[in-house]
Design a protein around this ligand. Structure first.
Ligand SMILES: Cc1cc2nc3c(=O)[nH]c(=O)nc-3n(C[C@H](O)[C@H](O)[C@H](O)COP(=O)(O)OP(=O)(O)OC[C@H]3O[C@@H](n4cnc5c(N)ncnc54)[C@H](O)[C@@H]3O)c2cc1C
Length: 313
């Protein structure tokens, strides 16, 4: 979104293509309610509010937004590239790839009947906190997302359980301490084996104690939130004749964020260079470098404005 905004600021016509049905990448999909502390200018901002601000800023430039479309291929043609998605073929002079860890999905709960309750009483993220107001909720997972969500839900829910398959949590110590000092009930070391409806419309969670044969615990709740991390795939990109780097097959870029292909640049988590940190602030910083390099390459005679106030909008 920041790349779409900045390209608009440089007078480019922009289309943004996103495979999910919503914008905001990992922030929207995985931690909309987490307070992000390390974005410049924000002493603390919830993920959803950062996404909202990015959208507002981006829409000032009126880019074309295509949701629910995964880019399958980029094909060099005269004067640029053809972008092939599962629905459209469009043309562009230059490309900024910002596909992060790839098209991603939450890691699923592997328990009997899990699919049956998905998006009804089983959720993989917390998008709308009000939906859990005065409810009994079980959060499953041991990392930062599970801990963040348990603490968050504890503010509105009647009762929150945090279930993890180990006795120790992987989240930040400070947050783990907050959980231990809160009214959240810990259930460890347990693994969810089965979900069932009860006569009064609740969900009966059957969990087995790790390393036991038949030490089961049954917990009656309204909803279950599972945060087991996510799996991402950059499979489509592997066909795009881009030089990829490392085990995670990220896109190799130079100091201008340029890939090995002419006028194809990469920013954010997907871009790899020595010393790279995969953080929001890093991605933001890479955007002007990439977009200004593109504009310089496309229009070498144009004077390059540096500050936003020098641009007419
Ligand atoms: C739990 C968690 C907590 C985090 N906390 C912080 C934090 O506190 N501070 C911080 O700075 N960073 C944090 N991060 C990292 C931060 O979220 C990432 O650095 C940031 O989201 C990267 O943004 P991006 O735009 O590069 O990629 P992403 O956010 O991954 O967005 C990429 C988008 O591209 C889409 N896409 C992928 N492939 C295709 C395709 N072929 N066609 C169309 N669309 C496609 C994806 O669906 C996705 O929406 C955290 C990450 C996680 C998982």
């Amino acid at each position: 979104m920041f790349a779409a905004f900045y390209s608009g600021l440089r007078d480019a016509n922009v289309q943004l293509i996103e495979s999910l049905d919503h914008l905001g990448g990992q922030v929207s999909a995985l931690y909309p309610y987490k307070t992000i502390l390390d974005v410049g200018g924000h002493p603390g901002i919830q993920g959803k509010d950062l996404v909202k601000s990015l959208k507002k800023q981006m829409h000032m430039m009126h880019p074309t937004i295509r949701l629910n479309q995964a880019v399958r291929d980029i094909i060099p043609v005269d004067g640029g590239y053809q972008i092939v998605t599962d629905q459209t073929k469009t043309y562009t002079k230059a490309i900024v790839i910002a596909t992060g860890g790839g098209a991603f999905n939450p890691r699923k709960l592997r328990a009997k009947n899990a699919e049956k309750f998905k998006n009804k009483q089983l959720f993989y993220s917390v998008h709308n906190l009000d939906q859990f107001k005065n409810k009994t909720v079980l959060v499953a997972g041991g990392g930062n997302s599970a801990i963040d969500n348990a603490l968050l839900l504890n503010k509105v829910a009647k009762k929150v359980y945090l279930l993890h398959r180990r006795d120790t949590f992987r989240g930040f110590e400070r947050m783990v301490d907050r959980v231990k000092q809160s009214s959240i009930e810990l259930i460890t070391p347990y693994l969810i084996r089965e979900l069932n409806s009860t006569d009064d419309g609740k969900l009966l969670v059957t969990a087995k104690k790790m390393r036991t044969e038949n030490d089961f615990r049954r917990i009656k709740v309204d909803d279950v939130v599972v945060n087991f991390g996510f799996v991402a795939t950059n499979q489509a990109m592997r066909k795009w004749s881009l030089k990829l780097k490392g085990l995670l097959r990220k896109v190799d870029v130079n100091q201008q964020m340029k890939t090995n292909e002419n006028l194809v640049y990469a920013v954010g988590d997907v871009a790899k260079y020595k010393g790279k940190d995969t953080l929001i602030a890093t991605g933001f910083g890479e955007v002007p470098i990439a977009v200004n390099s593109i504009m310089r390459a496309l229009y070498p005679k144009r004077r390059l404005p540096i500050h936003s106030t020098m641009l007419k909008h």
